[in-house]
Ligand binder design. Sequence first.
Ligand SMILES: *[C@@H]1O[C@H](CO)[C@@H](O)[C@H](O)[C@H]1NC(C)=O
Ligand SMILES: *[C@@H]1O[C@H](CO)[C@@H](O)[C@H](O)[C@H]1NC(C)=O
Ligand SMILES: *[C@@H]1O[C@H](CO)[C@@H](O)[C@H](O)[C@H]1NC(C)=O
Ligand SMILES: *[C@@H]1O[C@H](CO)[C@@H](O)[C@H](O)[C@H]1NC(C)=O
Length: 790
Amino acid sequence: MLRRVLCTMLLVGALPSLAEGSQGHISVVLLGATGDLAKKYLWQGLFQLYIDQVSSGHSFTFHGAALTDLELGQKLMFDVLKKLSCPPDESPNRCAVLKDQFLKLSQYHQLKTAENYTALNREIGILLHQEGLKEAGRIFYFSVPPFAYTEIARHINSSCRPPPGAWLRVVLEKPFGHDLESAQQMAAELTSFFREEEMYRVDHYLGKQAVAHILPFRDQNCQFLDPIWNRHHVERVEVVLKETVDAKGRTSFYEQYGVIRDVLQNHLTEALMFLTMELPGNLSKAEEVLQCKLQALQSLRGLEKQSVVLGQYQAYASHVQEELQKGQNYVSTTPTFAGVLVHSDSLRWEGVPFLLTSGKALDERVGYVRVLFKNRAYCTQSEALRDAGHSQCKPKQIVFYIGHGVLNTPAVLVSRNLFRPIMPKSNWREVVGQPDLHIFGQPLSDYYVYSPVKERDAYSVLISNIYHGRKDFFITTENLLASWAFWTPLLNSISHQAPRLYPGGVENQHYLDFEMVSGELAFTVAEPVELLNPSGPMPSDYKTIQSKFRKSPLVSAWSEVLISQLASDVEKTASRAVARSGQFHLALSGGSSPVALFQRLARHHYDFPWRHTHLWLVDERCVPLTDPESNFFSLHNHLLQNIRVPYFNVHPMPVHLHQRLCVEEDGGTELYAKEIVALVANASFDLVLLGVGTDGHTASLFPHSENGLEGAQAVVLTESPVKPHQRMSLSLPLINKAQQVFVLVMGKGKHDITTQISRVGREPRKWPISGVSPSSGQLVWYVDYEALLG
Ligand SMILES: *[C@@H]1O[C@H](CO)[C@@H](O)[C@H](O)[C@H]1NC(C)=O
Ligand SMILES: *[C@@H]1O[C@H](CO)[C@@H](O)[C@H](O)[C@H]1NC(C)=O
Ligand SMILES: *[C@@H]1O[C@H](CO)[C@@H](O)[C@H](O)[C@H]1NC(C)=O
Ligand SMILES: *[C@@H]1O[C@H](CO)[C@@H](O)[C@H](O)[C@H]1NC(C)=O
């Protein structure tokens, strides 16, 4: 076959531009050459690459490949190639010549078996040998479904690597996994075939001109932006991709992914990172850009269920039923709309809300990244006068307009009351006119507006970046995993949450508007009754149950209600203690149950007397305080960093002394006991918060523990049956001196132990929790329905 192509080439004269290959030859292999993406964008992008680089000194051949046999594949591929269009900025004559050459340099291959790959490798070698060309590199573009990746990767690694001295670049298309675990698995597989620098994972948003210009814009305008690109000046950031289409025809993909995996985890997160990352010293250094971006990703604060609002297009369920042959009773909880409130813990952005939103079947198609600045001016003049000029009282914003919408072109907009931006004249031109157009509530004339001189499709931009080896326009393995690490906990926590149904298009009206309320997101209008799922009473309809457990008061409810009740009870106890003694001594347990309580306290209890609160630890693991296993670390993450408690009121357990952990001679337990005696009147805490383990342990007092269940010692070292084994804990006698003890028990996993201890008497050696019985204080049980009822 190759001979035939070469013959034809020789007949029409020399291979069109192989003669130019003094810099070496580049072979581009497009796998999935007859698929949708290839038809729509990739061949056009490769043609653009050829047009742009024909005189670069490199010579090119383009190899389309698919599973289809030679004859049919060839026909399908050339049907696509014949329809390639000339870019509007190219002269028709030159373009026609170039297109002719491009077709001659393109060839179809069946790539199905190992032999087929070996044959391709051989053919490339023979061609270069005959033409006397040196090989510069090979690009393999995977435009195939992910399940085919491993097989293809194995073949390329084993038989299609270019000879030493030439580079290999493999280009991968999303989805890159479904959650952190699957992404890790996939990454591990690919890593066994390709080196990190060989892999180019595409997020086509990074090729959108407005997105690709965010970093250069920040760099070129740093004199204006440096003082204002931070939490003191930025009111909020919106990253938005609205679509009018629905998921019809794609439900087999969509039903597994949903809007967050489809768009937010990748496109919107990437765009946000360009905006929030620190600027590297040199934008041309891909490693520096990637490093800064990774840091920005890693400084995002973890998301919770309350960070998100979800919607589902009303007709989506019927599309799923139809396309996936599901019965009428099939219920899908896959969201087609999401709004997510993201925060960064970086010093630059702490407290600034980043809103990420996308949805299908919305009222318009538009994408943008919008930075809205705080307005600090008070303007004395009348509104009429104010509106005439570019007053400081008007909104101040910078918008990277990705496309569609009222502007219908990529653009960069800067409010005129901010600054006149510096834009590279060769690529961006100022847009004037269209005075009637309004954007984000302001006439277009209120902005400096720039649009690209040449509009380029994202894939053309990316293909050019692959050619230039600009890895900063692609997703590295570390970047990918960091993004999944950020999104996966949220995805898990909402997997069964019923999204709000919406009618679609303009009929959505205000149903999908949402707002930030004390750090959470909520729809602004109540759910329209006729759209509600009639699936019985929701958990929150139940009130808390009040009764007795082990002869002490019991509060029980679904977990969220329980936590909010517990949080208010803690606050009441705190206020009473402060009113009585000017101080509140609170001892907190580790483990996962109190995390929700900490978050609730930090977010909703603004009156909490933190200034007068002393925080103590009930128990600690013998690890450094900065270890994620440390109870103090968790307390810091979920509570301390979000409240204003004086540093000297915080009392971590001294597990780390003399550069070693929990060694008896170091006297950590005595030290803590002394501190308690010195600060807490009668060593009697105002409130001790405890949990219960499935074996009946509480604090770090385990069944049959030699220490801490009785005796005079206030603080003890103990051994846990699970890692990390060594612990420090308050003793049972000290706990029982407290004025109040709250025991929090949550989750199905605690049902058996809850049942067990409801029946037993006081047997602390078997079940340490049964020994909790304040001598003169009060004990209250907070047990959620799952733990209580199973
Ligand atoms: C691909 O390999 C198979 C089996 O090795 C072979 O039958 C087929 O002819 C090859 N295709 C081409 C186009 O050479
Ligand atoms: C990739 O190719 C190299 C060199 O042929 C080989 O040593 C290695 O085992 C291959 N990797 C895998 C996972 O097959
Ligand atoms: C930035 O990095 C590029 C590529 O490494 C280099 O050519 C350029 O000189 C650097 N610029 C500065 C200002 O250091
Ligand atoms: C400390 O204990 C003593 C004796 O039990 C008691 O009289 C006193 O009120 C207690 N002090 C406080 C502050 O609770």
